[in-house]
Design a protein around this ligand. Structure first.
Ligand SMILES: N[C@@H](CCC(=O)N[C@@H](CS)C(=O)NCC(=O)O)C(=O)O
Length: 206
């Protein structure tokens, strides 16, 4: 059975498009857009009651949460992106949960309150707090990457690199924040330069 990946490339679905391309597995993408016309329709709420994309249907297994989907696909299909042993699995989980908690919400707030929200909805106090949190997270990431030599786990590109780089993508409107952290900048640029990353992000014109 072909994996069905539900969600528009103009959403966090791009993370899983990147993942399936790295794995080289067959998939079908159904372009459901975020919001009332797509992810909030009664039909979509049946498969993701959160009203969000992405969702996968893998031979009847329905899963949501982009980074969890990526972890699942790595474990299922194996190869260099997947954990090679329990110690790598622990580290991959650590970095993925770190990205979700310590980086993503703050980086998303930097994007929205610094750039993408209408000007009358931007809040300078939220922006300043979020920038401080992102700065702290980037310092941690920079330290880890400097020590490890460029990859987070196992001296190779794994699903943890893909998940963390996917969250750094929110900082594309604040490039100066990554520029202050050379190991993060090099990690992000190298991740985004991978052919399968380019192919996935090209689906949204990036
Ligand atoms: N933590 C979830 C977040 C999913 C999410 O917020 N998706 C957005 C698009 S990037 C969405 O579907 N928004 C539509 C809505 O909230 O109505 C994940 O990583 O999959």
């Amino acid at each position: 059975m072909t994996l069905t990946l539900i969600g528009s490339p103009y959403s966090r679905t791009v993370r899983t498009l990147w993942m399936v391309k790295e794995l080289g597995i067959p998939y079908e993408n159904i372009d459901v857009k975020p919001g009332p016309e797509g992810s909030r329709t009664p039909e979509h709420l049946k498969i993701n009651p959160n009203g969000h994309v992405p969702v996968i249907d893998d031979d009847g297994l329905i899963l949501w949460e982009s980074l969890a989907i990526n972890l699942y696909l790595a474990r299922k299909h194996g190869g260099p992106l997947a954990p090679a042993n329990i110690s790598e699995e622990g580290q991959i989980l650590q970095w993925t949960l770190w990205a979700v908690w310590e980086l993503e919400p703050h980086a998303q707030a930097v994007m929205s309150h610094g750039k993408t929200l209408a000007e009358d909805q931007r809040d300078v106090a939220i922006l300043a707090r979020s920038q401080a949190s992102v700065e702290g997270a980037l310092a941690v990431l920079n330290g880890a990457l400097t020590k490890s030599g460029g990859h987070l786990v196992g001296n190779r590109f794994t699903v943890s690199d893909l998940n963390v780089a996917s969250c750094l993508y929110f900082l594309r409107f604040a490039p100066e924040m990554m520029d202050k952290h050379p190991a993060v900048r090099a990690f992000y640029d190298a991740s985004k330069a991978r052919p399968h990353a380019k192919a996935a992000f090209a689906l949204r014109g990036d």
